[in-house]
Design a protein around this ligand. Sequence first.
Ligand code: 5GP
Length: 242
Amino acid sequence: MQPVQKGAMLYEGKAKKVYATDQPEYVIVEYKDDATAFNGEKRGTIGGKGELNNRMTAIFFELLDGAGIPTHFVERLSDREQLVKRVTIIPIEVVVRNIAAGSLSKRLGLSEGWELPRPIVELYYKSDELGDPLINEDHIAILGIATPEQLARIREYALTVNSLLREHLAGRRVLLVDFKLEFGTDAAGTILLADEISPDTCRFWDADTHEKLDKDRFRRDLGGVEEAYQEMLRRLVGVVPA
Ligand code: 5GP
């Protein structure tokens, strides 16, 4: 495709900025080093995170695109920037879990590390004001956030993404504990996987030691945050520990 020109900033989020381009159907996403947790209560920066998450998201989205999941991803443009299709984000955070951790452990009193009998999908209403509450299909229907058909498609994509990523990561000696996805619709109404897939949005554990290789190191003040993100990238590009 023709090289695109970066235009005005459209939106600044906690971890990314979004810019218009000279082509209305595309936007540029710029990844920042800023990190937040607990709905913005904890703030900091993680050195090199923008670059690392840009690269890891590109690797994951290319893998998923290749396996037939429609995504917004077009190409990585630079260290921190990627070109994506413009979508309207559906305000649902779709969480898929394989192993109990985080809010699931807390809500249901499950030991962190317990392998679930099967993957589960949870839906959260994407709202900073409300603190992203857990919602169900009835809530989504009365709020008019998505149709039942869209929701069925989203669930199907989320579980397929889980299978694909789990298998890919297993080969890199990484357990996919859980992750969060966001979807959007393009001008034609097609549902595309959007946002990012990175250690900011997933729990990754070393398959042998269960060492955390994700943002929980920042959330829980465990130290070694930058090293964990770098290690994840190393594994994704094929450097797997012996
Ligand atoms: P939990 O509900 O246990 O806090 O999170 C489950 C999974 O979804 C984790 O992998 C976590 O990183 C991701 N996740 C849930 N909500 C958010 C969010 O608001 N922002 C980010 N970056 N990840 C989230």
